[in-house]
Design a protein around this ligand. Structure first.
Ligand code: NAP
Length: 241
């Protein structure tokens, strides 16, 4: 069995590690990160060339199943996978880790998009911890009244906010480290996407009483989905029978 695993997430790497001994797994990465953490099995890097490119790749590479384990905010590749699988009849499973839920002590403000976050932000704080990734920075470029500490894996490209400090770093992060960062920079609001997974910054924000501007996920394509690598591996085993 040949499985195309659309990756770029911890869950995709975990799943590749789980199934690499049982099936031929080809993890596909977009190629955005210069030094990506590589999974078990085969790896290909770069876009497919839209829906048509992917719909051509699937039969060409004799792919029997696709697992879309991309990031919850990578909406374009998920839509492309959905349409290419529908066009070629290749079974598709979406693997998405669960989103975050506010608990006691959290002050969260949910918005539907990054542009909406930029509109709401100045009402919540002026010293901003921005963790929405380098590609989202442009949305905040006009907010001269705010100062930003933006954390990303790769350096951002313009346009970016005028008052900006960039922190190049890749998780996992600790609650103590996040608390220290927020305190040291006197950050008074956190902006994040509802990515799910490890949540040290959210715990630190709760402990310090810092409000959180939470950007909701884009909707999933209308396909079957699971929330853990285990469940995706089970689906593949059933398909193989
Ligand atoms: P996107 O907007 O959904 O995708 C844009 C284009 O990039 C796609 O149309 C596709 O090009 C290519 N692409 C994306 N993921 C790919 C993959 N796994 N393999 C091959 N091509 C891929 O995606 P994005 O938000 O830029 O994210 C890119 C990658 O980074 C994803 O794999 C995602 O899992 C990972 N990531 C994203 C975020 C985030 O916040 N968005 C965070 C962490 C990791 P073609 O149309 O040419 O095929």
């Amino acid at each position: 069995m040949r499985v195309l695993l659309l990756g770029g997430t911890t869950e995709a790497r975990r799943l590749a590690g789980m199934i690499a001994g049982e099936v031929t797994v080809i993890t596909s990465l977009a190629g955005r990160t210069r030094d990506p953490l590589l999974p078990a099995g085969e790896v290909r890097i770069g876009g497919f060339g839209g829906v048509d490119g992917l719909a051509g790749y699937l039969p060409e590479q004799r792919i029997d199943a696709v697992v879309d384990a991309t990031h919850p905010f990578a909406a374009a590749i998920s839509e492309n996978a959905f349409r290419a699988c529908a066009a070629t009849g290749v079974p598709l499973m979406i693997l998405r880790r669960p989103g975050w839920t506010a608990g006691p002590g959290d002050e969260w403000h949910r918005v539907a998009s990054l542009p909406e976050a930029a509109t709401v932000l100045p009402r919540l704080g002026r010293r901003v911890f921005l963790t929405t990734g380098r590609q989202g920075l442009a949305c905040f470029a006009g907010l001269d009244e705010c100062w930003f500490l933006a954390r990303s894996v790769e350096p951002p490209a313009p346009p970016v906010p005028r008052r900006l400090e960039v922190l190049l770093d890749r998780g996992p992060f600790t609650v103590a480290g996040e608390r220290d960062l927020i305190t040291r920079h006197r950050l008074d609001v956190l902006v994040t996407k509802d990515s799910g997974g490890a949540d040290a910054k959210l715990v630190a924000a709760r402990e310090l009483g810092v409000p959180v501007l939470m950007v909701d996920r884009p909707p999933l394509p209308d396909a079957a989905s699971v929330s853990t690598p285990d469940a995706a591996a089970r689906w593949l085993r059933v398909l193989r029978r």
